[in-house]
Design a protein around this ligand. Structure first.
Ligand code: HEC
Length: 182
């Protein structure tokens, strides 16, 4: 009986530990891409799983979906709208894929807001001039594409604005991968 109790306690603690493990994100201070030495490119804000760590770097894994016709791009979701990694060395299994790399701590944050800040800033700068910021998670990624298109004429975004803002809208969309922190 006593051993059963401690077994249950062990299970409970293990489950708790797993669920407490915070997601980390790729952090880029300037721009939204992080080129790696081997020619691969990571995109800012991409969620990563920390596999192991040293004092100043971490081994991280990114998981997602690949286009079966172009196995060099890893996306966050099945609709292939939000890019995480471009690399010739993705590990691909069917529609799913993963990528592992060693990253300096400078490029990793546990704060999703920090990770997405550069794109969020662009959205607030460009999209609150005429009306209050629209609630991003009220629409899906696809809906946002249409809405964004209808704002082109008003907002006159540069190509870079569009890249940043669409990335932000897709990440925080109803079917996106991050939630706004209250
Ligand atoms: C120059 C002014 C202006 C800017 C800048 C602007 N908007 Fe708008 N937006 C409007 C006006 C005017 C409307 C209402 C008329 C309409 O729906 O066409 C509107 C409506 C909207 C709607 C509601 C549309 C609907 O069909 O319900 C969304 C969503 C939206 N804007 C998003 C954005 C986003 C995202 C940006 C940044 C890229 C942006 N807006 C920048 C003027 C602007």
């Amino acid at each position: 009986m006593e051993s059963m109790k401690s077994f249950i306690k062990f299970i409970t603690i293990s489950m708790f530990t797993v669920s407490l493990q915070a997601t980390s994100y790729v952090y880029v201070e300037e721009g939204i891409t992080l080129p790696l030495q081997n020619g691969s490119v990571l995109y800012s804000g991409s969620p990563v799983e920390v596999i192991s760590k040293t004092a100043d770097s971490k081994k991280v894994k990114l998981i997602g979906f690949v286009d079966i016709n172009n196995k060099t791009k890893l996306y966050a979701t099945q609709n292939l709208k939000l890019l995480l990694v471009e690399s010739k060395s993705l590990h691909v299994e069917g529609k799913k894929g993963s990528f592992e790399t060693e990253l300096s701590n400078d490029f990793i944050t546990e704060d999703s807001e920090e990770a997405w800040e550069i794109t969020a800033e662009r959205f607030y700068e460009k999209c609150t001039q005429c009306h209050a910021a629209k609630v991003v998670d009220e629409h899906t990624m696809l809906e946002w594409e249409g809405l964004y298109g209808s704002m082109n004429e008003f907002a006159k975004p540069t190509k870079e604005d569009t890249t940043y803002i669409l990335r932000f809208l897709r990440a925080y969309a109803k079917d996106g991968i991050v939630k706004e922190v209250e």
